[in-house]
Design a protein around this ligand. Structure first.
Ligand code: TXA
Ligand code: MG
Length: 318
């Protein structure tokens, strides 16, 4: 296929109206998008990703008025969160309206909705008569793409267009919040720290059906995985000694002095958590393409975005 990496919004809209898939930039990661109201187009997303059909997709909107069209029985706390964080890296899981095709929700009675904060994709959505269903634009279980090039590397000749919005500024997938009655539940840690959400709606319960249960596929344990084995460690120097006969890549927060490593990537020289999150998947893509035997990744402090980064690192380890 003649794939183009493009900024031509009109071309992208026309492809989507024809029922085709394209990749779109968001502030979190790139998505593999289709008309959310077209079951046939949405089915092709699952096929392209090799994703099991029980694993539901997020629907992307650009204005608040679209929320009650897609979801019903919306708790006040959901509106509070939407007002605080949209457009942004927050997905709300809410009871679905009939208009949302079953294929999107994997047969569930709920739908995930998000308003992404990326100017190009907002512009794209504004000119479309339908919202966009989009999972991260990576094959099932692989590392999410944070640049047009990453998407190209995965799907280059299989989709007609990749809308190029530059590198993703948040770099971690959205934080996912659902509800039991009025109680907010954390389904996936992500680009908005748990603490920021709790400042708006009070203490979150963490979904117990996460991690390994197919009931909550967003939290499948093996996920975000490079092909190269990865170990999360507290003491990288010690781990380097233990694996001294191997070609090792180090993924470090800010330290750079690891003489026995084959390759070292620093996530943020200035010790900025936002920068570390933004650089994480790019670093995993690079290390994975560097012919290494093993990646040693430094564990972050379990706080704020550090907790979301750790979540991705632990899944990458499996
Ligand atoms: O930042 C993001 O959320 C990115 C960008 C493209 O928006 N999207 C993304 O989609 O990460 P995806 O499909 O890779 O991950 C969304 C997760 C899925 O693993 C799915 O299980 C969960 O959200 N999810 C979606 N709808 C759900 C629902 N109704 N109930 C429970 N989990 C749901
Ligand atoms: Mg994903």
């Amino acid at each position: 296929m003649n794939t183009s990496i493009t900024t031509d919004l009109e071309k992208c809209r026309n492809l989507l109206k024809e029922g085709q898939l394209i990749a779109i930039p968001t502030e979190t990661v790139y998505g593999l998008a289709a008309n959310a109201l077209d079951s046939k187009a949405v089915k092709r997303i699952f096929e392209m990703k090799g994703r099991p059909s029980f694993n539901p997709l997020i629907v992307h909107i650009h204005q608040m008025e679209q929320l009650p069209i897609l979801a019903k029985d919306i708790p006040k706390k959901a509106y509070d969160l939407a007002e605080a964080f949209w457009p942004g890296s927050l997905t709300l899981i809410l009871p679905k309206q009939d208009i949302v095709p079953e294929i999107i929700t994997g047969g569930k009675s709920t739908v995930g909705v998000r308003m992404p904060n990326h100017p190009l994709t907002q512009e794209l959505l504004k000119g479309l008569p339908f919202p966009l269903a989009a999972p991260s634009a990576n094959p099932f279980t692989r590392v999410s793409p944070t640049s047009a090039q990453h998407v190209w590397d995965y799907f280059g000749d299989r989709i007609p267009a990749i809308l190029d919005g530059g590198p993703c500024q948040v770099g971690l997938e959205s934080t996912i919040i659902g509800f039991e009655g009025d109680t907010p539940i954390l389904y996936r840690k992500g680009g908005i720290p748990r603490e920021a959400i709790e400042a708006v709606v009070g203490e979150l319960r963490v979904s117990t059906e996460n991690e390994t249960s197919p009931e909550a596929p967003g939290m499948l344990l093996k996920h975000y995985s490079p092909r190269t084995p990865l170990i999360v460690c507290d003491d990288i120097r010690e781990a380097l000694k233990q694996h001294s006969h191997k070609r090792i890549g180090v993924l470090s927060f800010f330290q750079e002095d690891f003489p026995s490593a084959t390759k070292v990537i620093i996530l943020s020289k200035n010790k900025m958590m936002e920068e570390a999150a933004m650089s994480l998947f790019e670093a995993l893509h690079t290390l994975d393409a560097s012919g290494l035997d093993l990646i040693l990744a430094e564990r972050f402090r379990e706080k704020g975005l550090g907790s979301s980064i750790n979540d991705r690192l632990f899944r990458a380890q499996n």
